[in-house]
Design a protein around this ligand. Structure first.
Ligand SMILES: NC(=O)c1ccc[n+]([C@@H]2O[C@H](COP(=O)([O-])OP(=O)(O)OC[C@H]3O[C@@H](n4cnc5c(N)ncnc54)[C@H](OP(=O)(O)O)[C@@H]3O)[C@@H](O)[C@H]2O)c1
Length: 326
C-alpha cells in the first residue's frame, strides 16, 4: 500500500469552503527532488486567486488540486541526483510546480529552489519568506535595476511582499525608503526601517513632492502615468500584476527614453533564498506574522487573506501528529 498523507485539497474552483482535508498519496520524488515533511506553509494571494478559478486558463480543470507554494520543513528523503541536501536537513523553499502542493504533510521540492532554513526562525516565520521575500528582492534589485543610494517608494508596504520590500530596500542600500499603507500599519512599517510612511487614506501618493528612482507598486493599483510625477526622469515603475497588457506597456516603455515600466514575475532561485537567509541570520530581515492557522483551518485562512488587509503574512502550522504510517 502506498504511504498516504493529510492534505488540503480542492475538487472544484470556488469560495474558501471548497477546501477539504483528505488522505491522499504522498508525492513520489523525481531524481532532482527532496521529499520534505512540511512543518509550515504560508498563504499568498496567488493561492486564493487559483482557488477561485481566476487563473483557470493556466491551472486547467483537472482535480483534485493541492495548492500552496511556500514550504518550511525537514528533508526526509532525497532523489538520486540530489547533492546539496541530506535527510534531516531543515529547508525552506517556494515550490516551482504549477499548482504548488505545500498545503500538505509532505511535498516534493526541487533541489534547485531549496535553501537551508534560517537558524533563527521558526518554521512558521521561515515559511512566510520564500514567495513574498524573493518577489520583493527580484522586483527591486532586478526589475528596478537598483543601485545603492537610490530612493524607493513601496505602495502596499504592510502586506506580505511589502513588509519584506521595505527591509530589503534598506539592506540593498537605499538612501530613502517610503512605505505606503493605511494609518493603523504606519508604526509597523516605520519599525521595519522605512524612512517615511504615507497613509494612503489621508494623502494622495501620486501628489507627493518627492521623486523616487523606483516606485514598487506591490498593490498594483497605480499606473506608470499616475506615478510619473513621483518618479525621477529615469525612474522605474515596477508592478506585481503580470497581465498581458502590462507586459505590452513594459515593452513599449523600452521604445522611448526616460521612465520605464516593469513587471515582476517571480522566479524561484536557491541563490536568492540563500541571500535572504544571510540577511535574516544577520538580523536585517524578519517575518511579520499576522495570523497562524492549522491545516484544518485553511478555509478560514483563505477567507481572511483574500480580504487583502493582512499585516505581513498568514501562516499554516502543519502538525506532524496525524501523519499516516508509511
Ligand atoms: N508577479 C509576481 O510574481 C507576484 C508575486 C507575489 C505577489 N504578487 C501580487 O502582489 C500583490 C500583493 O501581494 P501581497 O502578498 O503583498 O498581498 P497582501 O499581503 O494580501 O497585501 C495586503 C496589504 O495590502 C495593503 N493594501 C490594500 N489596499 C491598499 C492600498 N490601496 N494602498 C496601499 N496598501 C494597500 C493592506 O494594507 P492596509 O490593510 O493598511 O490597507 C495590506 O497590508 C498581489 O496581487 C499578489 O498576487 C505578484
Amino acid at each position: 500500500m502506498k504511504p498516504t498523507m493529510k492534505a488540503a485539497v480542492i475538487s472544484r474552483y470556488g469560495p474558501p469552503d471548497v477546501f477539504q482535508i483528505a488522505d491522499i498519496d504522498r508525492p513520489e520524488i523525481k531524481p532532482d527532488q527532496l521529499l520534505v515533511k512540511v512543518l509550515a506553509s504560508s498563504i499568498n494571494p496567488i493561492e486564493w486567486k487559483m482557488r477561485k478559478g481566476m487563473l483557470k486558463l493556466l491551472t486547467g480543470n483537472s482535480f483534485p488540486i493541492t495548492l500552496g507554494f511556500d514550504v518550511s520543513g525537514e528533508v526526509v528523503e532525497i532523489g538520486s541526483q540530489v547533492t546539496r541536501f541530506k535527510p534531516g536537513d531543515l529547508i525552506y523553499a517556494r515550490m516551482d510546480q504549477l499548482m504548488g502542493g505545500a498545503y500538505a504533510e509532505y511535498a516534493a521540492v526541487s533541489e534547485k529552489v531549496a535553501a537551508l532554513k534560517p537558524r533563527n526562525m521558526t518554521h512558521e516565520e521561515a515559511a512566510a519568506v520564500p514567495l513574498a521575500g524573493m518577489t520583493a528582492l527580484q522586483a527591486i534589485r532586478d526589475e528596478g535595476a537598483f543601485k545603492p543610494g537610490q530612493s524607493v517608494l513601496i505602495n502596499g508596504a504592510s502586506g506580505g511582499v511589502g513588509t519584506y520590500a521595505v527591509q530589503i530596500a534598506k539592506v540593498l542600500g537605499a538612501s530613502v525608503v517610503t512605505g505606503v499603507c493605511s494609518g493603523k500599519n504606519m508604526a509597523l512599517v516605520k519599525r521595519l526601517g522605512a524612512d517615511a510612511v504615507i497613509d494612503y487614506t489621508q494623502q494622495e501618493v501620486t501628489q507627493l513632492k518627492d521623486k523616487y528612482d523606483i516606485v514598487f507598486d506591490v498593490v498594483g493599483n497605480r499606473s506608470l502615468s499616475e506615478c510619473q510625477p513621483i518618479l525621477k526622469p529615469k525612474g522605474i515603475y515596477v508592478t506585481t500584476q503580470p497581465y498581458p497588457g502590462n507586459y505590452l506597456k513594459s515593452i513599449l516603455s523600452l521604445l522611448w527614453p526616460g521612465q520605464k515600466y516593469k513587471v515582476i514575475l517571480l522566479k524561484s532561485k536557491a541563490a536568492d533564498l540563500e541571500y535572504l537567509t544571510e540577511q535574516i541570520e544577520a538580523g536585517k530581515v524578519c517575518s511579520v506574522i499576522d495570523r497562524t492557522y492549522s491545516l484544518e483551518q485553511i478555509a478560514e485562512a483563505h477567507a481572511y487573506a483574500e480580504a487583502e488587509h493582512t499585516v505581513g503574512k498568514n501562516v499554516i502550522s502543519i502538525s506532524s501528529s496525524a501523519i499516516s504510517p508509511s
